[in-house]
Design a protein around this ligand. Sequence first.
Ligand code: HSE
Length: 430
Amino acid sequence: MKTIPSIIKIGMLGCGVVGGSVARELASSGADLAARAGAKLELTKVAVRNLSKRDGVADSILTTDAESVVTDPEISLIIEVMGGIEPARELILKAIANGKSVVTANKALLATHGADLYAAAEKAGVDLYYEAAVAGAIPIIRPLRESLIGDRINRVMGIVNGTTNYILTKMDEEGLPFEVVLKEAQALGYAEADPTADVEGHDAAAKAAILAGLAFHSRVTANDVACEGITKVSAQDVATAKSMGKVIKLIAEAKRSDQGISVRVAPMMLDRSHPLAAVREAFNAVFVESEGAGQLMFYGRGAGGAPTASAVLGDVVAVARHIVAGSKGPAESDYADLGIAPKGASITKYAIRMAVHDKPGVLANVANVFAKEDVSIQTVLQKGRGDAAELTVVTHRATEANLAATVAALSKSDVVREVESVIRVEGSAS
Ligand code: HSE
């Protein structure tokens, strides 16, 4: 007969902002969490880099020996909130090999070594849960992994990086340039001292890979994601978008086509009426389009101690319930194996902003370049006169390859002084 544990001992790797919140919540809401899980949840060891005091965490459970946490025979659940690839990868694999279920918030690790971790968890018959890895507090992993498992998802679009959404919101609402807003965001603690992972889109790319893999039941890694950040988005781009009734957001998009999955992180112009356009400041949201459910939107806080700890604790209780029941949650689902669509095949609309000479025939000439490359024009916006003359052409849907050829031809054209920017425009219909 199976013995039902009355106490589930938990080890934690890392005790920063999120880990501290998790530890405090496990202590203060212990009775409720125990009632929900069906067993008392006891944090018995926390691996840290140095033994300095942590608010609300007993000194006696802190250790610098992470290995002793993942091999402790009494611990059956490991929370990994240390981040980074190594030693997190090695420690998680060791925990799994020792029969422990794992709850992690580590998007970079899952987006690069997910397959190895899922395989190890499957082999060991334990859970690997990671709700906090994408969009912090927002429940999106479980909806994709469980609630929508009977549906067919066609596209996932998300604002999954709070730092860049904060910056783009300020650029839009206050008309300020990127560099100025970045400095302000750093001063307010919305952006890191080294903002590269956020502003270059790498953080969002890891999250996009995880979402794409789940949505399309296929293996997708961070390397499969075409990634462009927001450092080249200028105040003029934002103003042009505004004058067309649009807003620029850093969008993580995963969609399926006959040629496979396209996953991308890039600045995108959205109509102001699009649900994601209303997501301001550091908030995150994920917009899902599926056959049956239609359009769904998940919205909330994508970072921060308590919000991220909420997602971690949700996983902890779910996994604890499985331990109590002697069961486990769903394994990785990669059966569909859709593959990654070839680069250049992705079809979307574009806004091309260019400085042009101001004389008769320029528009006809520019239109001709688009026609030659088989790219259809939807609208043209002209601003300024003389040396300041500027054209923004919004295309109908075109392949990336045709668009690249158009931009190359425009750059060589006598009537175009410079192609200033090329930004994707959301719009699946035309
Ligand atoms: N740095 C991320 C953000 C949060 O700005 O949203 C953690 O993934």
